[in-house]
Design a protein around this ligand. Structure first.
Ligand code: NAD
Length: 273
């Protein structure tokens, strides 16, 4: 959950799955581990994966309510879901929780690194060492820790999907530390994909643009929230339900020849690099 808002408090409830979306068993028999799977984009990915036949293990930070609500959504798709409260910025905690997931499910086939925090600051001088460390520890160290803990258990045809951001490519004036972690995630994705290609483990990323999730009203000013997403070619923010299908594609066999790539789900901004 985001620091001071949960799904129940958002004036406009995000859409987590398009009601008309039909699963076709693309992920049947798979187990997905999704960090930050309780909320926002992670919740949507959890529900789409379940509709495609996957069981889902969700790592979340603080909101038991969000986690239980997401668990209920996954279970209503007929799939198993277990939720684990942990701090992805703590490597020992990550090792322990991955062991727990393996004990419960017996396998992990898909890792979705998605948990993140952001704290806007109007000047570089306002970014404290404490904030800098926490942002990097959560947003990029956490991705490393999870990838390291899961890797020995990922079979051939396993995959890792990292959540980057449009700001990795074009920057953001008041998210300087956060943007830097997102740039690191793009490089991490490319390097790890090269390293794991001989094992046929694919590593890709999704770079969302402005997506309407609890992260937005909890961290941006009212003025920023009102303008959120209006600058995109499509002229509006996206819904989590419009991002998660990219994760389904990258997790499924349909993307078997794709690794080291980033899918840009951002309302039309051209940022490929
Ligand atoms: P969100 O706040 O709804 O979800 C993020 C989740 O991360 C939280 O619910 C929490 O469970 C988890 N988390 C945070 N710190 C954690 C920690 N230390 N340990 C374990 N879990 C922790 O946000 P969201 O908008 O759904 O963001 C999901 C991902 O999408 C993030 O990586 C974010 O950077 C990225 N993203 C979002 C947007 C957007 O506009 N919403 C745009 C680009 C990228």
């Amino acid at each position: 959950m985001s620091p001071d808002i949960d799904q129940h408090e958002m004036q406009q409830e995000p859409e987590y799955i398009k009601s008309e979306y039909r699963g076709s068993g693309k992920l049947t028999g798979k187990v997905a581990l999704i960090s930050g799977g309780d909320s926002g984009i992670g919740r949507s990915v959890s529900v789409y994966f379940a509709r495609e036949g996957a069981d889902v293990a969700i790592l979340y930070h603080e909101s038991d309510t969000d986690a239980q609500d997401t668990k209920a959504l996954v279970e209503s798709e007929g799939q198993r879901c277990e939720v684990y409260s942990t701090d992805v910025s703590d490597s020992a905690a990550v090792d322990a929780v991955v062991e727990n997931v393996l004990a419960d499910f017996g396998q992990i086939d898909i890792l979705v690194n998605n948990a993140a925090i952001q704290n806007p600051q109007h000047s570089l001088l306002d970014i404290s060492d404490k904030q800098l460390h926490k942002t990097f520890q959560t947003n990029i160290y956490g991705y490393f820790y999870l990838a390291k803990a899961v890797l020995p258990h990922l079979g051939s045809a396993g995959c890792i999907i990292n959540t980057a951001s449009v700001v990795a490519y074009r920057g953001h004036d008041i998210l300087i530390d956060y943007s830097a972690t997102k740039g690191a995630i793009v490089s991490f994705t490319r390097s790890l994909s090269l390293n794991l290609a001989p094992k046929n483990i694919r590593v890709n990323a999704v770079a969302p643009g402005p997506i309407w999730t609890p992260l937005i009203p909890s961290t941006f000013s009212k003025e920023k929230v009102e303008k959120f997403g209006k600058h995109t070619p499509l002229g509006r923010p996206g819904q989590p339900s419009e991002v998660a299908p990219a994760y389904v594609f990258l997790a499924s066999n349909e993307s078997s020849y794709i690794t080291g790539q980033v899918i840009h789900v951002n309302g039309g901004e051209v940022v490929n690099a």
